[in-house]
Design a protein. Structure first.
Lengths: 225, 225
């Protein structure tokens, strides 16, 4: 896949050795994250709001109520920033100074467009459900025309973005390696517990395999052997 | 603890039944989150960057390199938004439309100040390490004057903020409860794996209890019986 051009706005200035501009890396991070944080400004005040997203090809979709301030702002022609962050571990160095996190983050900048075609809205709805729970779309009651009408979908073309990745062991000052202090990484993962059936279930239905066998996106997209 | 005044900027408009303005709830969310996302604007373009934070009383601290664009922007007198989000589960409804997430999020708005006193910087450094790994501060090599000098600390007074919480079972349309479709919640948790010692450890040191017995903040701050 192609690389992104590093623009003055997306060039990673701090710890540039952690910067990644390959589309494949960026997309892997966007796909693995269950939520994103969207930044937009109103009257000079920035706001950061979490929401569910999905990537389809080179487009990032989010959805919500037409009454949402965030969605209205996203449809206004103003620039936004969509950021996702995956926390992979605590980096426990010998010195306080070199304590850090292992993480992968992706930032996409741009001006979203409001999706008006019902067909494209349908693509986004399905992709969002499938992103959270692969296989579930075919098991549930799909959106009716009224629901489609009263849900706004915003699309952000992924043209300007960058990723930042920190992985591996702590890096301490040379002299500190002599200290008798333990250092290392504590890996962190998102793990699903046992499914909790809706108390209002009127039928004695078993938990479907799409839920009981839910694979967290980290393992779903893990390409390591 | 006192409530926040709901300002026009922090009043939760979408799903207002999910809004919480109690300081205690907001602080619990800030304390449980290992990272925050900071929103700031440069030339009309919003940016959202993840970073480590900590709350000490009514102040939120973040730190980093003086060369960081985010920290420079935070010290410039411009307003920022700090958001943390805890993902508690996938809400799997009968209808695609009512699929959702259980989450707790907190938003704090304000204009940060740069911390100049060495003593307050020290408070922030210790709190950040202890937030990630309680008990570790006393086990590691603490910051020397040069490290303190070359780390910027920004403080945001927690005066204007709100929290949003969604918990519990899916809520479907009345007619959909008749459908023979499973619905419920799939809980999600952050879990630590086995500690990975730094390959450069020169001494045969055991993993300290502060790391091997690491309790994720969700359980650390869980006040339920």
């Amino acid at each position: 896949m192609a690389e992104f051009e590093s623009t003055p706005r997306t060039k990673v200035k701090r710890a540039p050795q952690r910067a990644v501009y390959e589309r494949e890396t960026l997309y892997g991070i966007l796909d693995e994250a269950l939520i994103c944080h969207i930044g937009f400004s109103v009257d000079e005040q920035p706001y950061v709001i979490p929401t569910i997203h999905v990537r389809v090809d080179d487009v990032l979709y989010v959805h919500g109520s037409p009454a949402s301030r965030m969605l209205r702002r996203m449809a206004s022609g103003a620039p936004v920033c969509v950021t996702v962050t995956l926390l992979d571990g605590l980096v426990l160095a010998r010195s306080a100074f070199h304590h850090s996190m292992n993480y992968r983050s992706a930032v996409v900048l741009g001006v979203p467009r409001k999706v008006t075609e019902v067909k494209e809205k349908g693509v986004a709805f399905k992709a969002i459900v499938e992103h959270l729970t692969p296989g579930r779309w075919d098991e549930i009651r799909q959106p009716n025309p009224e629901e489609i009408r009263k849900t706004d979908v915003l699309a952000l073309q992924i043209e300007e973005g960058s990723a930042k990745v920190r992985a591996g062991a702590p890096v301490d000052d040379d002299v500190d390696y002599e200290l008798e202090l333990w250092a290392g990484v504590l890996p962190l993962n998102v793990v699903a517990g046992a499914a909790v059936p809706d108390p209002a279930l009127r039928h004695n239905l078993p938990v479907p395999e799409t839920v009981s066998g839910w694979i967290d996106p980290q393992r779903r997209f893990d390409l390591s052997p």
